[in-house]
Design a protein around this ligand. Structure first.
Ligand code: ADQ
Length: 483
């Protein structure tokens, strides 16, 4: 029986070791949820790194870890600290991540990290090759594993391989600055289907393939040797039901059942009846535009002092990649900006910004989504941005205003939100005013359309569309070869 093998840098379960005991917790991210429908068969498999380096795995637990992972339908790729450093923190997050998000000046081109990236990609490919049969379906995820498709194709030419990129694919002018640009493209071209969040990323990729590899591109198909590689866009959705049900449960919650956090939020809303709560949630990443948002907020308060004590900005920044220097600098910048703005504008009754630098349990995330009148999500560049979709899904009474950056992939499907260019402070200020003063009926009209769309194109549909397209592509490719 054929099986589906999913490959991503991290597994859908997190491993922790305490006092020689293994603890697993399911990952809550969109990818893990979305794959549930794909990763459900008894012999389906998910291959990835466990999150623990070889140095952190006690020898006597090795076997037990493998059995634990097997029970979750997973198998691990072993990585040592040096590999994680060069492959993950190095090439993936200091070369590809900034470059693909148009932060060319942050991109480091280190030969040593590239060599480690290649070697680690080969480890992932070998793990697949060892477990895969020719009639299996392989689905490779994201920018950490772009060489894997061709590495697998070399050894298993008949196997079906799909690749999905979760971040933007940059324009040719940016991509061509990468010293290893042809190798990356050739790695990806080992796939039968390559998926992106948006049509623009797809177009940028095809342009690079044509100009750098000189391959024949017709519409969204690339002809390579005796194969056709299909390139298409699949905008990723969310687990709509989970978020809308959580939103519903939250709004029905009687006071005794509410978390401390929710009670504080409610108390705040009670005491400041006509004040608006504005929410900003992201990983603390320079691509998310948090510092720019803070500067824009300061600009807004200076330009419109009448909103003092009438708005509060809640910033939730989730710690991320904190051993990469750019992220440490950003943390310092955000800390300083929050301190400066609060110092400048606070009154005895009012602090303009509440700042949380931590990850939050799912319940508190929902508390924030349901309590805040406005979500202000304005990345400088973002592959998709699922937070925008989650916010809308939890708004059971259809109130709430989303201010979203045009630079987020999700903007393509969320035209009913207030779309802005985060570099344009005048436009940002106007959007804040519009959001604060938007009549409830208008909020509900906009959100009704958004919710229906998000419910239809949920994450399960995204995963199924991709797998079905991959199967179809394989069949077309076979008939093309036999012609
Ligand atoms: P991310 O850059 O991580 O993902 P995003 O799409 O917004 O960005 O997803 C973040 C996820 O983390 C959301 O599901 C959210 O619920 C969760 N989260 C946020 N804050 C949290 C907190 N404080 N505590 C716990 N969980 C929190 C990358 C790309 C995106 C793309 C996704 C999926 O950068 O552009 O949308 O992959 O393809």
């Amino acid at each position: 029986m054929s099986k589906t093998i999913i490959i991503s840098n991290r597994l859908p379960v997190q491993l922790e070791i305490h006092n020689n005991e293994i603890k697993t917790t399911p990952s809550v991210g969109g990818l893990a949820t979305g794959m549930k429908s794909v990763h459900s068969g008894s012999n389906d498999l998910w291959i990835g790194w466990s999150g623990l380096t070889d140095e952190n795995i006690p020898k006597n637990l090795e076997e037990k870890i493998d059995t634990t992972l097997k029970d979750h339908g997973c198998a691990k790729v072993k990585l040592n600290a040096e590999e994680v450093d060069g492959f993950y923190f190095g090439f993936s997050n200091r070369t590809i991540w900034p470059l693909f998000h148009y932060f060319l000046e942050y991109s480091e081109f280190e030969l040593n990290n590239w060599e480690i990236y290649k070697a680690v990609n080969q480890k992932f490919a070998d793990a697949i090759i060892a477990k895969a049969d020719d009639d299996d379906i392989i689905w490779v995820h994201d920018y950490q594993l772009m060489l894997v498709p061709q590495m697998v194709k070399d050894k298993k030419p008949d196997i079906s391989i799909g690749f999905f990129l979760h971040i933007p694919f940059p324009s040719y002018e940016i991509f061509r600055t990468l010293p290893w640009r042809e190798e990356i493209l050739r790695g990806l071209m080992g796939s039968d289907l390559i998926g992106f969040h948006t049509y623009d990323y797809e177009r940028h990729f095809l342009s690079s393939v044509r100009r750098l590899l000189g391959l024949d591109v017709s519409f969204n198909e690339v002809h390579i040797e005796n194969r056709i590689v299909k390139v298409d866009s699949f905008p990723m959705g969310i687990d709509y039901k989970k978020f809308s049900e959580a939103g519903k449960a939250n709004s029905l919650n009687i006071t005794e059942n509410q978390s401390d956090f929710q009670q504080r939020l409610n108390a705040h809303k009670e005491s400041t009846k006509d004040a608006k709560l504005i929410l900003s949630i992201d990983r603390l990443d320079y691509t998310k535009g948090i510092a720019k948002r803070l500067n824009a907020f300061e600009y807004f308060l200076n330009k419109h002092p009448e909103y003092k004590e009438k708005v509060r900005l809640i910033i939730l920044a989730v710690p991320s990649r904190s051993n990469v220097p750019q992220y440490q600098l950003l943390k310092k910048e955000v800390d300083e900006l929050v301190g400066r703005i609060n110092g400048e504008f606070s009154t005895v009754n009012w602090t303009p910004i509440w700042y949380f630098y931590r990850s939050m349990p799912f319940e508190n995330l929902i508390d924030l989504y349901t309590s805040c009148d406005i979500a202000w999500l304005t990345p400088i560049r973002d592959g998709m941005n699922l937070v925008a979709k989650e916010y809308i899904a939890t708004r059971t009474d259809k109130t709430g205003v989303l201010i979203l950056s045009e630079m987020a992939g999700s903007a393509n499907e969320m035209n009913e939100s207030l779309l802005i260019n985060p570099n344009n402070f005048e436009q940002t200020v106007a959007a804040l005013q519009q959001a604060i003063n938007m009549p409830v009926e208008e909020q509900q009209e906009r959100n009704d359309i958004l919710q229906k769309r998000l419910e239809r194109y949920n994450v399960e549909k995204w995963a199924n569309d991709f797998i079905n397209s991959l199967k179809e592509q394989k069949e077309n490719s076979i008939s093309y070869v036999s012609k």
